[in-house]
Design a protein around this ligand. Structure first.
Ligand code: SF4
Length: 457
């Protein structure tokens, strides 16, 4: 996943604490590492990075004291490259053109080919993340002007990139022409912000100006805000459907659509398509299924109950994976309330089934607590294909819905019944034109020319 955030003050105000807060609001998009980079008054770029959650990786008080009017930040969830600190972002470089910092959300589908070409020209890579390709591409462009080099580099990329960058002393926001990942511009006083999601703009008190358009490069400097278009015209857009289903925070708005409203509508459509006669209560897997379960309850008239409690403080940083802990498995994170469940026919709503193991353990736990029946309802279509655009899904053979048909999967997870919404329902609930939404992990219809594109320098 990953989240990016950036800020620029033409009046020279300090912006690093805002970037810290922005990352804090984007924590759900990556918990593995966090980092910030900023322009220094004497020229050049500095950065701080660390592993774990934002408050562990970065020191808010230290950042708040730094005098810098231009900064970008990143929260990391590893999709390419391992979780080591060298892969933490923003990545920075001093090139002959200018200093650079890049914070990237997404996955480049032609990164391997470009990396080989760049290595043949002598580039030495310091990380295993595909983002480093962007830095080397810019450094290798013959243009003297950094922005020309940037544009010429971006047109060579395929796949997903929503970028918050420092180029020289300017803040640059760029989004791939397919529009996979969200990216939005905000403003407070005279400060311009760029953020993966609107919820982070809310936290710093900024209002939403507009989205960065697919294929747009926005340059923010002392002279104001400029917008350029990449000369790449895709046949269609690919805004990620899963942002609405699960990834984005429900208090965010993407392409003018409230994520909360879409999730609730998904639940309502699920209730219409897959009613559950005789159900005593509807519950949501916290927190991924909660909003859809409210929609399901409202539409079906079956009462909503919170019957599973999530420990909000569980994170990989806090608990060592000893054998005992592994044995406890999902119970460390989620615990059913016996008093609510006992003797009931329970409808459990969740956003998706990936490997199927969490779902299976959850159902077994609910049954152990005395539930009479457990019916599972999923507020997205079956995930049958991997994502190549910035989401860490397993390979096809590991995807439960790719290996089994509905009845087999129902048996595998131990549900009394299992149902999904359709792709049609998903698109209607999102409410954006079909040709602008990616559903590749459900349909297998990936972007055209993605894999076959011949990389060039
Ligand atoms: S393949 Fe799925 S998760 Fe990946 S961008 Fe498309 S809709 Fe989103």
């Amino acid at each position: 996943m990953c989240g990016v955030f950036g800020a620029f003050s033409p009046d020279g105000k300090k912006v690093l604490e805002d970037v810290y807060l922005g990352l804090y609001a984007l924590q759900h998009r990556g918990q593995e590492a966090a980092g910030v980079a900023w322009t220094k008054s004497e020229g050049g770029i500095s950065s701080r990075k660390g592993t774990g959650l934002v408050h562990l990786a970065l020191d808010q008080a230290v950042l708040a004291a730094i005098e810098s009017p231009c900064a970008v930040g990143h929260v990391r969830y590893s999709t390419t490259g391992g979780s080591e600190i060298t892969n933490a972002q923003p990545l920075t470089a001093s090139t002959s053109k200018c200093p650079l910092a890049v914070a990237h959300n997404g996955n480049l589908t032609n990164a391997q080919g470009l990396k080989l070409l760049l290595q043949n020209r002598g580039a030495i890579f310091h990380s295993t993340t595909d983002t480093e390709v962007i830095l080397h591409l810019i450094a290798h462009q013959p243009h003297k002007q950094p922005l020309d080099a940037l544009l010429d580099s971006l047109v060579r990329l395929r796949g997903a990139y929503s970028l918050a960058m420092i180029v020289g002393d300017r803040l640059v926001a760029a989004r791939d022409p397919w529009g996979f990942r969200p990216l939005v511009l905000g403003r407070r006083d005279n400060i311009t912000y760029v953020s993966s999601e609107t919820c982070a703009l809310d936290l710093v008190g900024a209002s939403v100006v507009r989205e960065v358009e697919p294929g747009e490069v926005v340059i923010v400097g002392k002279d104001g805000v400029d917008s350029l278009r990449l000369p790449v015209e895709p046949k269609r857009r690919f805004g990620c459907a899963f942002e609405f289903v699960y990834f984005a925070r429900p208090d965010s708005v993407i392409s003018g659509r409230s994520v909360y409203a879409v999730r609730k509508e998904l639940g309502k459509r699920l209730a219409k398509r897959a009613a559950c006669p005789g159900a005593s209560l509807v519950t949501g897997m916290p927190d991924s299924g909660t909003i859809a379960s409210l929609g399901y309850a409202e539409e079906s008239g079956v009462p909503y109950e919170q019957s599973v409690v999530r420990n909000r403080y569980v994170g990989r940083t806090f608990i060592e994976p000893t054998n005992r802990v592994r044995h406890l498995g999902v119970r460390i994170k989620l615990n059913p309330i016996t008093e609510v469940i006992k003797g009931k026919n329970v409808v459990v709503v969740d956003d998706s089934i990936v490997r199927g193991t969490t779902c299976e353990r959850m159902i077994s736990m609910i049954k152990t607590c005395g539930a009479n029946q457990v019916h599972v309802r999923i507020s997205s279509p079956p995930v049958r294909f991997p994502c190549y655009y910035g989401i860490d899904t397993p390979t096809r053979v590991e995807l439960a819905a790719a290996r089994m048909n509905l009845r087999q999967l129902e048996q595998e997870v131990g549900a009394d019944s299992l149902a999904y919404i359709t792709e049609e329902d998903l698109l209607e609930a999102i409410g954006l034109p079909e040709q602008s939404v990616c559903t590749a992990c459900f349909s297998g219809e990936y972007m055209e020319g993605g894999e076959e594109y011949e990389p060039q320098l």
